[in-house]
Design a protein around this ligand. Sequence first.
Ligand code: SAH
Length: 393
Amino acid sequence: MNALILKPGKEKSLQHRHPWVFSGAVERIKGEPQPGETVAVRDTHGAFLAYAAYSPQSQIRARVWGFRESEAVDAAFFRARLARAIELRQELDEVTDGMRLVHGESDGLPGLVVDRYGDTLVMQVLSAGMEHWRETLAGLLVELTACANLYERSDAEVREMEGLPVRKGILRGTLPAPLVIREHGLKFVVDVEKGQKTGFYLDQRDNRRRIGELAKDKDVLNCFCYSGGFSLSALQGGARSVLSVDSSAEALELARENARLNGLPEDRAEWQEADVFKALRLFRDQGKSFDLIVLDPPKFAPTAHHAANAARAYKDINLWALKLLRPGGLLATFSCSGGVSPELFQKILAGAALDAGVTAQVVGRFAAGTDHPAVLNFPEGEYLKGLLLRRVE
Ligand code: SAH
C-alpha cells in the first residue's frame, strides 16, 4: 500500500488520536497515491500509525480513517461508521425530525456532513477522501436511513482547499416543496437548495428552546435571525415583542413564512433587513431597549488566523447589545468560530462589558446539540459556544 512517512517526532498527534496529518509533518511519500486514496501513515522508522485519505492539495495532507492496522477501509467500514452515527441520533426522534446524522471527524467520518430533514438527506462531501467514496456513501445512506430523497450540497468553501469543485444537486428521489421539519413543537420550512449551510442551523436546536423558556412577557431582540429560529421560540414562549434583524432578504422571507406556518402572533413580530453592526447603534440612537437579546452571528473566524479581526467584531456587537439591555436583562451571545476558543470568547465579552460601562454576570452556557458532538481528541469539533449574561447594572 502507498504510504506517508512522517518526519521524526511528527507521529505524536496521531498517537494522541488527532485525525489530521499536516503537510509539514510528511517526510516522504511512498508510491503514487491519487487524491482521496487510502494510504498507510507510518513513523520515520516505518511503524504503522493509521490509515488515512490522501489529499495532495490541502494543508491537511491526510485525514485519518482509523488507527487499527487490521481494520480495512472498505464499504463495510463505512457502513459500520454510518450505522453507528445514525444510531446515536435516535434519541432525538421525539423532539425533531431535523438532525445532523454525521458530524465529520467527530463521528469518525472526516470530511462528511449529513443532515436529515424529514424524509430528505442532505450530504456535504468536504474532503478528497470522502469524494473518493461518494457513490458508496450515497448508496449506504439511503439504505441505512430508508430516506427517500438525497441531495448533495457540496458547495462549502473548504472544498476549494481540497482542490474539489463545487457540486450541488439531487442524487436520489426528489426534493419535497416545501420541505418542513418539526423541532420542539415548532415547524420550520427548510430550503436545502439555497439556504445557508445545508438549509438550517440544527446546532442551535436546544438553545432556541432555552430562549423560548426565558422569553415570557419580554421585549426580545434577535440579531442574525436567519429563518427565524430564536424568534419563533421566543414568540411561542410568550414574548411581548420580538424584533428580528438579518441582512439577508431571503432569510427574512423564510422567517416570515415560518412565523405564519406556526400561527404565531404576527402583531408581536417585527422583521428588519439590516446590518446588525449598524442597527444596534441606530437602536441606541432611537432610545430602544430590550429584556432579552440574542446574538448569533456568522462565523467571523473560521481559523485561529482570523481571531484578531473576529475579536473586534464580537466585541463590537456585544458592547452595543449590552448597552441596549435593560438592567436585569439577558444577553444570549454565541460564537460559532472554530478560531475563537471559549476562553477567548469570554475574555472578549469581559472587554465589551467594561467598555459598555456595564456589569454583567454569567448565568448560563450554551453548546451545540448532541447531534454535533466533539470527540475529546478533536477539540476543533467543538466550535459553537455561547454565554447567557445578565446585566446587573
Ligand atoms: N440564529 C440563526 C442562525 C444565524 S446564522 C438560527 O437559529 O437559525 C447567521 C445569520 O447572520 C445569517 O442569516 C446571515 O444572513 C446573517 N448575517 C451575516 N452578517 C450579517 C450582518 N452584518 N448583519 C445582519 N445579518 C447578518
